[in-house]
Design a protein. Structure first.
Ligand SMILES: *Cc1c(COP(=O)(O)O)cnc(C)c1O
Length: 435
């Protein structure tokens, strides 16, 4: 091993002594693919500079927030200016109002918004509100759906929880897990069956309108509309978890793209411009129940933090000024999809590519992948070999099969070409076939 690569290994050794698994969020540890994670020294646009001295094409984008790439000059400037004005007040500030107005403008179903510091908090708080508003206890989610790490959501959760082979987690009381029902994604009959079996007891149906945490699984035509109808029919609220899809699926999120209006929405990732922000919102009558205007308690010392709000607001301003970003992301995504399909053509019986806009997954199983059960058929060992083949060629994919690749506006034709060329070589290696 050369000295540079040694540096990642040395840091990982040190890290594992003081951080569980060497990381602060599980999937970063390469547990699903083996090997040593790249420690990032800095990043710009769509490129990462590792502590190993190598440059990587970044297909992770911090797991979603960096729609405009790393260190976007306007966002960096906004953060610098904000920092000089004070990093936290614990009192109201104008930028929070502007930010809430910007979110409501882009996503009209959010008549009122509450900002939090993470997507986890947003989804968790939205569920508390749904329970309070309906006077019901049960939450219906989908297998492979990830809504952050609140207790009640760690039931058949996707993403890192699935990757680690932990369908739920120790430490989640059975009584809490018991209040979560799990349905099959893209299966309205399954949802209806559960709503009937638990008639009058389901507070909300929580769904990623574009599933991104079992790998990318698009909603089938009619699925989201069907959920809307079922919720209305059974008196349950519809909660869209748009922590990934908000401001990525389109300027109005997945709800804008598919034209389905949820009662409540959880946001995160992009709305922080790379700083820690989450938000939940919905109809005014619902949100008025949140403290202090109503009795549903939820708070945060650093919520609406001025640094995070200024970064997020700058992100939303850029997207409002440059709506063409979304068309460009769509065409970059389409090119990447076409390139990967071509590279994978000799293995069409063992792979499939699924994409929504700038979110894409190359599954190591035949398609279509419609739900988590389908995704679990993927050959994860082959993915691991593919991942390392790509990494050796300087392309850093999300280090697990059940994740989305995230494109940003900082990616261009050259980067798509680089990723496809790397895949052309890495695929036959991963699948044990000579090119
Ligand atoms: C990332 C994610 C969350 C959790 O957000 P954090 O900021 O990591 O707490 C919730 N829901 C979805 C769909 C996500 O992808």
């Amino acid at each position: 091993m050369d000295a540079a690569a040694d540096r990642n290994a040395a840091l990982f050794d040190r890290a594992r002594r003081v951080l569980p698994g060497g990381v602060n969020s599980p999937v970063r540890a390469f547990g699903a693919v083996g090997g040593t994670p790249v420690f990032v020294r800095s990043a710009k646009g769509c490129r990462l500079l590792g502590e190993d001295g190598r440059t990587y094409l970044d297909m992770v984008g911090s797991w979603g927030p960096l729609l405009l790439g790393h260190a976007h000059p306007r966002i960096v400037k906004a953060i610098r200016e904000a920092a000089g004005d004070g990093t936290s007040f614990g009192m109201p500030s104008a930028v929070e109002v502007e930010m809430a107005e910007a979110v409501a403008r882009a996503m009209p179903s959010l008549e009122m918004v509450r900002f939090t510091c993470s997507g986890t908090e947003a989804a968790m708080s939205a569920v508390r509100l749904a329970r309070a508003a309906t006077g019901r206890d049960l939450v219906l989610k989908f297998a492979g759906g990830y809504h952050g790490h609140a207790d009640g959501f760690l039931v058949e959760a996707g993403s890192g929880a699935a990757t680690g082979g932990v369908p739920s987690s120790p430490g989640v009381p059975a009584s809490v897990a018991g209040a979560t029902l799990t349905a099959r994604y893209n299966d309205l009959a399954d949802v209806e069956r559960l709503l009937r079996a638990h008639a009058g007891r389901v507070a909300c149906v929580a769904v990623e309108p574009v599933a991104g945490n079992m790998g990318v699984v698009p909603p089938e035509p009619g699925f989201l509309e069907g959920l809307r109808g079922l919720c209305d029919g059974h008196g349950a609220l519809l909660l869209f978890d748009e922590v990934i899809s908000g401001f990525r699926a389109g300027p109005g999120g997945a709800q804008g793209l598919y034209g389905v209006r949820p009662d409540l929405t959880a946001l995160g990732k992009i709305i922080g411009g790379g700083l820690p922000v989450g938000a939940y919102g919905g109809r005014r009558v619902l949100m008025e129940r949140v403290a202090p205007s109503g009795p549903v308690y939820q708070a945060g010392t650093l919520s609406g933090n001025p640094l995070a709000m200024r970064a997020g607001l700058e992100m939303l301003r850029i997207l409002a000024e440059q709506p063409q970003v979304f068309a460009r992301l769509e065409s970059l995504g389409a090119d990447l999809e076409a390139g990967l399909r071509d590279a994978a053509a000799p293995f069409a019986d063992r792979t499939c590519v699924q994409r929504v806009g700038s979110l894409l997954t190359l599954f190591f199983c035949p398609g279509p992948v419609r739900n988590f059960e389908d995704a679990l058929r993927a050959d994860r060992a082959a993915f691991g070999r593919f991942f390392h083949g790509m990494l050796r060629r300087g392309v850093h994919l999300p280090p697990a099969q059940f994740e989305a690749w995230f494109l940003s506006a900082a990616h261009g034709d050259e980067e798509i070409g680089q990723a496809v060329a790397a895949a052309r070589e890495a695929l036959p290696e991963a699948l044990g076939v000579r090119p």
